[in-house]
Ligand binder design. Sequence first.
Ligand code: C2E
Ligand code: MG
Ligand code: MG
Length: 522
Amino acid sequence: MRWPRLSHLAIVAAVLAGCVGAGDLAGRYLIEIRQAQHIDELSQIALRRAEDTARYGLRALADVTNASADCDAATMQGVRLHVYRHSLVKDIRVVSRDASVLCSAFSETLEFDKGWVTRDEMLDMQDANALMFRVEQFYGTALGIMVDKSPELGVVAIVGLNDSNFDIMPDTLRGASQVELRLANGIRLASTGEWTEAATDVRHVQRSASFPLEISMRIRPEALAQWDRETYWATVGLAALLGMIFGWLAARALLRPLTPLEELDRGIAAGEIRPYFQPLFDLASGNIVGAELLARWIKPDGTVVAPNRFIELAEESGRIGELTWHLMRAGLGELRELMSADKRFKLSVNISPRHFVTPDFVPSLRAVVHGCGVATRQVTLELTERESFEDAARAAEIVAAVHELGFKVALDDVGIGHSGLSQIQRLRADVLKVDKFFVDTLCRDDSARIMVETLVRLAAEMNMDVVAEGIESDEQSRALAQCGVTTGQGYVMSRPLAPDAFRSFMREHPAKAERPARHRAA
Ligand code: C2E
Ligand code: MG
Ligand code: MG
C-alpha cells in the first residue's frame, strides 16, 4: 500500500473514531433522557390507577354519606346494596369518630382483618373530609377510605387492591424491577413482588397531587442498560456515517495535491530552489572567467527541476522578486570566497525583465549584493531578449542606475528576441549573449556565421563584449573565435554544476595560458 493511501485511511480513521466517540456520548445521553421520560410515564400510569382506586372508594361512600348512617337493619341493607354495586369495594363500615368499627355491611369480613388503625394513623386527603389508611387483611392488603358523616359517626370503604394493576413494566425490565404503591408515610399498599434492595438500584418516586399516595420504582441498572437501545445504535450509526463522510472530505482537503503555485511557495519556503553555476570561459585560452547562475529546484525526492518549468509561473504570480533575491543571496554566498580571491571572476544572474522595472529593484539589488560582501562590478545582470520591455525608456533608466552602482548588464538570447537592434542600442548593455540557435547552425549555415559576425561588429562599435552560449563542440568554439567572439559558455566546457561541484571544477581548472582539459560533469 502506498503512503498517500495510508495517510488517507489514517485521517478517515481518526475522524471516524472522533465522531463515533461523540456519537457514543450523545447516544448515552439521549438514552438517559428517553429512559427517564419512559419511567416517568410508566409511574404516572401506575399512580393514575391507584388514584382511580381511591376515587372509586370515595364515590362508593358518597351515596352512603347522603343517607342516614346508623347501624339499623334498614340502613345496613342499603349499604350492602352499595357494596354489591361497587364490585371493587369489599365492605363498608360505620365507625365512631375515633374510627372504631360500630357495624359492617358484611360483618364476616371483620374476621379477615389482621389489624385496624386509629384515626391518628390515617392520612388526610386533599379533600378535607376524607382520610386514607391501610387495611391489613389475612388475604392481602386493602385501601381504607373514611369519610366523616356527622360529628360522631363516619363511614369507611374497604377497597380491594390488586398487585397486578401495577405490573406496568415492559418485558425487558419486568424481572429486574419492582413497582410499589405506598401511602405518603411510606406504608406499603401493593407491589409487583418481593425485592432485595441493592445500592445500585435506579429509583424513581411519583407522588400524587390529590391523594396521600406515591408510586415507588426500583430498577436494576443492568436491565436498564439493555432497554431502549435502538436510539443508541441509531445515534452511533449516524455518527459513524457522518465520521466517514467528514473523514473522507478532510482527507481529500488535507491530502489533495498542491496546485503548482502552492507547490512553488512550498519549494521557495523550504529553500529547495538552489543556485547552480555554469562556467563562462575565454574561447582563446580556455580560462574560466566567470559563471552564470542558473536556478535548479531540488525536490525532496532528489528530482532536479529545470527553470523553464517554474520561472514563468514565478513571474506571473509575482514571486519572481522573492525568488531572484533568494537565489542571488545563496549564489553569492556560495562563491563569495572564490570571487574575492579572483577579482576578474564575474557572476551573471538572470533577471526577469518585468522584475527589472519594478520600483524597488535597484535598492533591493544594492542591498542584497552589499549584504553578501561581493563587489558590484563582479556581478552581471542578464536581461533576456525573449521578452520585450513594455517601457524601453524606463528599462534604459534602470540600466543606467545599475551601471552607476557598478553592475554590468548583459542582453541574453540576442538574435531570437522581439526587440532587435533598437533595443540593443537603447539599453546600452555591456555584453551581448548570442543565442544557442546561432551557435547550433554556425558550422552548417553561412547566414548564421554572417549574423554572428554582424553582432560582433555591432558590439565592438558599441563597446560591448560578446558571449556565445550553448557551445557543445570544439568545432563550434573555433568557429565562434574566428567570428571574433571572445567568451563562451556551454556543455563543451561544463554543464551547470551544484556549488560544491563547481568549486571542485574551479580547482581543477586554474587559469593558465594553455587551454585546460575539458570537463563534462552532468
Ligand atoms: P539562459 O539564461 O539563456 O541560460 C542558458 C541556458 O542554456 C541554460 O538552461 C543552460 O543550462 C543551457 N545551456 C548552456 N549550455 C548549453 C549547451 O551546451 N547545450 C544545451 N542544450 N543547453 C545549454 P537552463 O538552466 O535550463 O535555463 C533556461 C532559462 O531559464 C535560462 O536561459 C534563463 O532564461 C532562465 N533562468 C534560469 N535561471 C533563472 C533565474 O534564476 N532567474 C530567471 N529570471 N531566469 C532564469
Ligand atoms: Mg542567461
Ligand atoms: Mg540565453
